[in-house]
Design a binder for this molecule. Structure first.
Ligand code: PA5
Length: 447
């Protein structure tokens, strides 16, 4: 079982000796990470998390998941950014992006809110819940983020109106800091069951903490398998031998390509259920590397869908991009195309072939075309989109990112840039303490 990095598609663009020349930098980055002496070293709790997670809390999450399954048809998950993307990516990756539309008796639908400020989105979700029984998992590490706080205020009222304060208490689960923040104080005051995001794990590295685990368990995902996948990856990618470590190779090659002017990475997949994984990757890589006027800009694409839109640009536009393909080897359920006597659509040449087979040829054909068109392409082959491989893939990308960020010379664990818009928004909304900025910003918007 596993994931494999395939490098045929970059041979034309990167010589072998370029990798060996950069190896000392990889070793330094690895040493910085494991010794805890690198920038942002307060936030490397995710490195050993697959082994050192709180086992008692893990069991408590499984019990909470059972309780949710027994009394709720819907679980409303409230969170944004690192407190949203990983959990949603996990659900789609493992259960498929149509999870809520499929029958899954005994397990709740999972709706995500608090990840935007859209009134229409929120009212749609409220309508979709209807009179069904529901529980809430509100997630915010800081406990002060505006989008989830607004959504929680609305859903807290809804759940209290439906079940009373005491009943609601049994259905609200808060995932937040162990001591700080408005959410923690509120949860303590109201008596909600709480789960902890530890200080040493930043939001975008938190998918394997209660942030992702509780909702996965509620949806019936085998969370032990998720952690097993992450553990195996942590062991597999621990060495600093570039030749025998796909994770380090991927990090090193990204840096080599960046220095050759390839400033955009497209993470492409051939499975709609990996769309949210691409969203998770974008946050992880953009927030970690995009700073000090440096960094590779991460984008994601869903093939073959996007080959009919941005495919032209990838094939033939500005040559400043490279591609990393996520290819899943085995379909969960493969459908065979049958022969048709009339053959009006001319598709009988595909008779008895499976859809996965056709998809694999789309992948093969696209891979060759993009390489021929001047797009360096790495491929990560994933045996199966299941719980184990999700855990493995998460760890692969987290570790590769940390190494890549250190090689780039940035602190991969802070995100000073995300505060700028928030300050302006608070000032414009008239939040106490921002009075001076308000007048100045309003004047600038008027001109
Ligand atoms: O990576 C980050 O730190 C951010 O994207 C946060 O995850 C996001 O802003 C949500 O923050 P919080 O969990 O504190 O509500």
């Amino acid at each position: 079982m596993g994931i494999t990095l395939k490098l045929n598609g970059i041979k034309k663009f990167v010589r072998d000796d370029e990798l060996s020349k950069i190896e000392p930098m990889v070793k330094t980055a690895s040493e910085l990470l494991y010794s805890g002496k690198g920038a942002g070293n307060d936030f490397i709790g995710w490195v050993n998390l697959p082994f050192e997670y709180d086992k008692e809390e893990f069991e408590r999450m499984k019990a909470a998941a059972k309780k949710i399954q027994s009394n709720s048809q819907v679980l409303v998950v409230i969170g944004i950014g690192g407190s949203y993307l990983g959990g949603r990516a996990a659900l789609d990756f493992i259960k498929g992006s149509n999870y809520n539309n499929k029958k899954h008796p005994g397990f709740p639908d999972v709706y995500f809110v608090g990840n935007s400020i859209s009134s229409d989105y929120l009212s749609d979700i409220i309508e979709m819940i209807g009179d069904r029984d529901f529980s809430i998992n509100v997630i915010s590490k800081s406990g002060t983020t505006t989008e989830p706080a607004i959504a929680f205020r609305i859903f807290k009222k809804m759940i209290e109106d439906k079940y009373g304060k005491e009943g609601a208490k049994e259905r609200i689960f808060a995932t937040t800091d162990k001591a700080r923040g408005a959410l923690k104080s509120l949860a303590d005051k109201e008596g909600y069951e709480t789960f902890v995001i530890t200080d040493d794990i930043g939001g975008r590295f938190s998918v394997l903490t209660p942030v992702g685990i509780l909702l996965m368990a509620a949806a019936g995902i085998d969370v032990d398998e998720v952690m097993k996948g992450a553990q195996d990856a942590a062991n597999q990618y621990k060495n600093d031998d570039l030749a025998n470590n796909d994770c380090l190779k991927y990090a090193a090659l990204r840096n080599i390509l960046y220095r050759k002017g390839k400033g955009i990475e497209i993470l492409a997949n051939y499975e709609p259920s990996l769309t949210m994984f691409g969203e998770w990757y974008k946050q992880l890589y953009a927030e970690s590397e995009g700073k000090d006027q440096k960094g590779i800009f991460p984008v994601s694409a869903n093939f073959s869908t996007d080959l009919h839109s941005i495919g032209q640009f990838i094939q033939d536009g500005s040559r400043n991009l490279f591609e990393t393909v996520l290819w899943v080897d085995k379909a969960k359920k493969d459908i065979v195309i049958e022969a048709d006597e009339e053959n009006l659509d001319g598709l009988n040449f595909l008779a008895d072939k499976s859809i996965q087979f056709v998809n694999s040829k789309a992948y093969g054909g696209t891979f060759l075309a993009h390489v021929d068109g001047g797009v360096p392409t790495m491929v990560i082959e994933i045996e199966k989109a299941d719980a184990y491989h999700f855990g493995q893939l998460v760890y692969f990308f987290e570790k590769a990112l940390a190494i890549s960020g250190y090689m780039l010379g940035v602190n991969p664990f802070d995100q000073p840039g995300v505060e700028a818009y928030k300050k302006n928004m608070f000032a414009l909304l008239g939040k106490p303490g921002y009075e001076e900025q308000k007048a100045e910003l309003e004047a600038r918007l008027e001109n």
